[in-house]
Ligand binder design. Sequence first.
Ligand SMILES: NC(=O)c1ccc[n+]([C@@H]2O[C@H](COP(=O)([O-])OP(=O)(O)OC[C@H]3O[C@@H](n4cnc5c(N)ncnc54)[C@H](OP(=O)(O)O)[C@@H]3O)[C@@H](O)[C@H]2O)c1
Length: 208
Amino acid sequence: MPRLAILGATGKLGDKLITRALDQGYSVNALARDPRAIKRQNERLTVIPGDAETGAGLDALVERCQFVVCAIGSLRPVVATAMDKLLPQLEALKRFERFVLISRLGTGESREQSAKVSGPIQQRLPVILGPVFRDINLAEERVRTSRVPWTILRSTRLTDDPPTGKAVVVGPHEPPPHRITRADLAHFLVDLLDQPGHVGEELTVGSP
Ligand SMILES: NC(=O)c1ccc[n+]([C@@H]2O[C@H](COP(=O)([O-])OP(=O)(O)OC[C@H]3O[C@@H](n4cnc5c(N)ncnc54)[C@H](OP(=O)(O)O)[C@@H]3O)[C@@H](O)[C@H]2O)c1
């Protein structure tokens, strides 16, 4: 049975990722700074206490995992530091298949694309949230230069609306897609894990 580790598992997207992964037959290791934040119980769900910024719990989190997803979100710059702790652990794993970093529209090559989204605040988000975007850009760079098989998913704005069953991927020079529900993004991401393509790719994802 494939095993997926999730960083950011206590967050809103993390919750949807756990649901989709369990539904698809994965065993799930979920990192939690406060394990009480994950209330559900499932025989295939293991909650691992830890903190990605200090590296605490990461060895137990990724043990026996073929897949790892980072869905950490913070207004403090923690993701690049988390990558420094996590990626060497993944490089040491045997039979590791895929690491997915959830990033944001507006990083890397998608910077210009983000200026075309609707809404002046959304357009200016990489400036308004400067330290957050610098952190995720650095995190992407760490991932790109690592030896793990990776995919970077740059999401448009996330919503808590009900799932629509629709997600779309576009290249960095195409018009940006619309905001996407967390449920749809989780569905798209978990389904992508066991597909052969997209290793070493940086994808902008949203709704049509
Ligand atoms: N919100 C958007 O519109 C949007 C748009 C594009 C991309 N994204 C990306 O989508 C992802 C999920 O977003 P979201 O809004 O669903 O997130 P969220 O609900 O804010 O959850 C953030 C998660 O990150 C965890 N976290 C923060 N610092 C951590 C640390 N040092 N160690 C371990 N975990 C830590 C939080 O843990 P605690 O519960 O312990 O705080 C929580 O599980 C993020 O990667 C975000 O950058 C979001």
